[in-house]
Design a protein around this ligand. Structure first.
Ligand SMILES: Cc1cc2nc3c(=O)[nH]c(=O)nc-3n(C[C@H](O)[C@H](O)[C@H](O)COP(=O)(O)OP(=O)(O)OC[C@H]3O[C@@H](n4cnc5c(N)ncnc54)[C@H](O)[C@@H]3O)c2cc1C
Length: 392
């Protein structure tokens, strides 16, 4: 079985490596030192757009929105490499981000054209965002309280969102709201809320222990008026289930990418630990060698799971189990890699200015985002014994 990525993927990974070494790692270290995200007007973002990065998968053609064979795998390989250099900077790259999958899966052609086509232009960096989480609703997405009610042709949204990546710099945010809280997940709908919408405001960049290069932002919607044309998935009852399923589909597409990013960070931690151990003459100790090798082994297993999930997606086969498996496994290995590095570094790590220490802080979030490890394990265990995915 030859698992070598194809030539175009290897070229893309090579370009990511050059960009990573020159820009991504230094910017990540700087953002961490300053304790704030890389600003949206940083010339690096304009340069990325000139290079043709930060675009959309939406092509506008008859197969619009569909990935070609091999694309999911290529996406993982590039995400892993960029995250090797700095995962926070990788997420700050311009592009529609997590907002793209729901527009592709739930949006009409007209909506895809309106919201995604501008990402093909190279005039300026653009961002999109995705806001599901609320101060009172994280893992249990059924608990979202942001409400949506119709008024004439428009919708009025009210509520608070938190931790939405790149939200304050985004041209639009896909906001999940409920049309009827008593219907739990069945009441969910997704709206594209455009920058400047009346009632959209109070943007506040959250403090984070790691991944400081990209903003995770809370904001509020106060009697926020959204045109009817910005509702994704249509108006009437057929759309009720589609709302929730659309969100879950988005995650099946992106969880293996998060896992691949974690693998990249784990590789960085392993390389740093090896370099430190070599310099300090620690590699003569069999216990050190054994623990370092265990990390390499487990990172390879995690990567294979990611690739399997991507292969299934590329071949239009269900990948929900593999997506969860990869997301459940990889962040734990990354954390183990960074923790071993901290152990080897001793007081040098404790000073707080070593890359390993930063990776140790960065790694934690990988277990939290897009469904925590616990939630993935819960879903997989339900599947193993034949229970439905949704306990409600
Ligand atoms: C860096 C970062 C970026 C993020 N980006 C985004 C974004 O762009 N958009 C967005 O909408 N959200 C985003 N989030 C939010 C993220 O999706 C939530 O933090 C996540 O869903 C967990 O929710 P919570 O933090 O409220 O934790 P909770 O759901 O309160 O969970 C707390 C703990 O309890 C555990 N737990 C919860 N329920 C169960 C259960 N039934 N059984 C066993 N254990 C359980 C969890 O695993 C966790 O360990 C981001 C978060 C972070 C940290």
């Amino acid at each position: 079985m030859d698992l070598t990525p194809d030539e175009p993927t290897r070229e893309r990974v090579g370009r990511a490596r050059s960009l990573g070494r020159e820009w991504v790692r230094p910017l990540g270290l700087e953002a961490d030192r300053m304790g704030r995200p890389t600003p949206p007007d940083h010339p690096f973002f304009a340069q990325l757009v000139e290079l043709g990065l930060g675009g959309t998968r939406w092509t506008g053609g008859p197969e619009a929105g569909e990935r070609g064979p091999g694309n999911a795998r290529a996406t993982l390989c590039v995400a892993e490499e960029l995250s090797y250099w700095d995962r926070g900077v990788a997420v700050s790259f311009p592009g529609p981000g997590l907002g793209e999958p729901p527009i592709l899966s739930l949006g009409s052609d007209e909506q895809r054209e309106r919201f995604l086509a501008p990402f093909r232009k190279r005039d300026r960096p653009r961002w999109g965002a995705f806001a599901m989480t609320e101060p009172g609703a994280g893992s249990d997405v059924a608990g979202i309280r942001t409400s949506a009610r119709r008024e004439g042709d428009d919708w009025i949204l009210d509520g608070d969102k938190s931790f939405a990546a790149n939200a304050s710099r985004a041209d639009w945010i896909v906001v999940w709201a409920t049309v009827d809280a008593s219907r739990g997940r069945e009441g969910h709908r997704a709206f594209v809320v455009e920058r400047g919408a009346p009632g959209l405001g109070d943007f506040k960049v959250e403090r984070k222990m790691g991944l400081k290069a990209y903003e995770s932002t809370s904001f509020s919607l106060r009697q926020c008026r959204v045109p009817g044309a910005n509702l994704l998935g249509g108006r009437e009852p057929a759309a009720l289930r589609a709302g929730f399923e659309g969100a879950m589909k988005s995650f099946n597409a992106t969880r293996p990418t998060i896992a691949a990013m974690a693998v990249g960070m784990g590789r960085a931690a392993l390389d740093e630990s090896l370099a430190f151990a070599r310099t300090e003459g620690l590699l003569g100790d069999v216990r050190v060698r054994d623990r370092l090798e265990r990390i390499r082994r487990r990172l390879r297993v995690a990567r294979l799971l990611c690739w399997r999930a991507a292969w299934l997606a590329d071949h239009r086969q269900p990948n929900v189990l593999e997506a969860s498996m990869s997301k459940a496994l990889a962040p734990g290995v990354t954390f183990e890699a960074a923790a071993l590095g901290m152990e080897l570094l001793g007081a040098v790590g404790g000073r707080g200015d070593h890359l390993i220490e930063k990776l140790f802080r960065d790694a934690k979030a990988m277990d939290i985002v897009e469904g925590t490890g616990q939630i993935q394990r819960l879903l997989m265990a339900r599947k193993l014994v034949g229970l439905p995915r949704d306990p409600s």
